[in-house]
Design a protein around this ligand. Structure first.
Ligand code: PMT
Length: 408
């Protein structure tokens, strides 16, 4: 069921494990998936186009510019056709090329132009895998959102032993089944989510305001991940410089009050994730005209902004089934975050250490610890906000589905 009618675009790379791709094609076909194959130049040295096309029952794509296929742009149409792209085996050289955004053949161009989930299945000698250059490329690729299956520990074709062995076709199949099971379940349940992000601007007069350094990136990446998993997600964003993709619906707001109103309008919702750095205070009133330098003003009266997360947690009627808060802390990170989780009745709190200027506010990097109600913690060391978002989204989805199961 899970792989039935799924469209898999398989890119066969140039490594000795390429022969295993034939077995995988057979297994995928048996499960009811359609498979189209791109055979790279070096992949052709290990498997033939004829064996691939006979097994996949489809034409094999090899060239970037195909004379026979005039008018069709394969690197776009293939990626749009697929539900998922799988690169097998992924060599050290291909990882290096992708990490630099290279696009000099059909395979790399498809990936660069893709709007789909890309799974890389590495296979190489243990020394190549452990080499600093490959590990650096691995981190870059993870930060771009590519997912990895394996490699495993074991004996390699060269006779050496260690990490670098390609996952077996059955392991890959089981990985894909799990991926689609989750995706299909979420789609069937028609789950909705709201994510708040960015700063808020609390105007004092027409040109001056109270705000903070939040860029909105962390929340935006979470919203993208949730929508990629099939959750109908609305991002409610304070003023940012981000260019939003059409994959996620965005409601732009300016002040904390506006953000609060926009959140209330989206209720009920299954999941709410509050990453926004809402200004805790706002001026009691906004001056209609610019305050003059020589005016006698000595103070600005302020009042508290509505606590959006607190409102959601205490909302008896419309409390989201899963409520996720963030805690931006400079000291006693976990203790203070747990306190916030309890005070605001969250199911999960993401503890964000903001004492280090290189991460958190207005950076591409972050470092967080995910804490759930049961006290379980998951520390994610300094990495891209995209990667952190993918792990937070995974935790959200797993907790949501688990809670649903225990309720049924
Ligand atoms: O936007 P980026 O540049 O990517 O940076 C990301 C981030 C550092 C802003 C983000 O990772 C983060 O830590 N967000 C929480 C910021 C914050 O205001 O934390 P807090 O500890 O003050 O608030 C606790 C929680 O209550 C948060 O979930 C916050 O969204 C929520 N809150 C706070 C005040 C308020 N009036 N309404 C709220 O909903």
């Amino acid at each position: 069921m899970r792989l039935e009618n799924k469209k898999i675009l398989l890119i066969i790379g140039g490594g000795i494990s390429a022969y295993k791709s034939l077995d995988l094609i057979r297994l995928l076909q048996k499960k009811g998936s359609s498979v189209k194959v791109v055979l790279t130049k070096s992949g052709k040295k290990f498997v033939t186009s004829l064996s691939v096309s006979s097994l996949s029952k489809n034409r094999v794509f090899e060239e970037m510019f195909d004379e026979k296929n005039k008018g069709k742009i394969d690197h776009i149409s293939l990626s749009r056709w697929a539900d998922l792209i799988l690169v097998l085996p992924t060599t050290a050289n291909f990882m290096s090329k992708l990490s630099k955004g290279g696009a000099d053949d059909l395979a790399s161009t498809i990936i660069l132009a893709s709007n789909k989930e890309v799974f890389l299945v590495p296979a190489m000698n243990v020394r190549m895998w452990l080499h600093k250059a490959t590990q650096k490329n691995l981190n870059v690729l993870i930060s771009y959102g590519y997912k990895f299956i394996g490699p495993e520990d074991g004996e390699m074709a060269c006779g050496e032993y260690g990490k670098g062995k390609m996952s077996s076709p059955r392991q890959i199949l089981s990985f894909l089944e799990k991926f689609f099971r989750k995706k299909d379940l979420l789609k069937k349940k028609k789950i909705s989510a709201i994510v708040t992000t960015g700063p808020t601007k609390e105007y004092i007069d027409p040109v001056r305001f109270i705000s903070n350094e939040s860029s909105g990136k962390q929340g935006y990446e979470i919203a993208l991940e949730l929508s990629r998993l099939g959750i109908k997600t609305t991002l409610i964003s304070g003023p940012t410089k981000l260019t939003y993709s059409s994959d996620v619906k965005v409601k732009e707001v300016v002040s904390g009050k506006e953000m609060f109103e926009a959140v209330k309008k989206k209720l009920p919702t299954h999941i709410a994730v509050c990453t926004a750095a809402v200004s805790d205070f706002k001026p009691l009133s906004i001056k209609k005209n610019k305050i003059k330098k020589d005016s006698k003003i000595t103070e600005i009266k302020i009042e508290k902004n509505p606590d959006i997360l607190g409102y959601l947690g205490k909302n008896n009627r419309y409390k989201p089934k899963l409520l996720v808060g963030f805690a931006a802390e400079t000291e006693d990170l976990i203790k203070n975050s747990i306190k916030k989780m309890q005070e605001k009745f969250c199911d999960i709190i993401v503890a964000n250490d903001i004492s280090n200027k290189e991460i958190g506010f207005n950076s591409d990097l972050n470092e967080v610890t995910i804490v759930d109600k049961s006290g379980k913690t998951q520390k994610i060391k300094k990495s891209s906000k995209k990667f952190i978002a993918s792990l937070i989204a995974e935790k959200i989805v797993d907790t949501f589905l688990l809670n649903e199961k225990s309720l049924n």
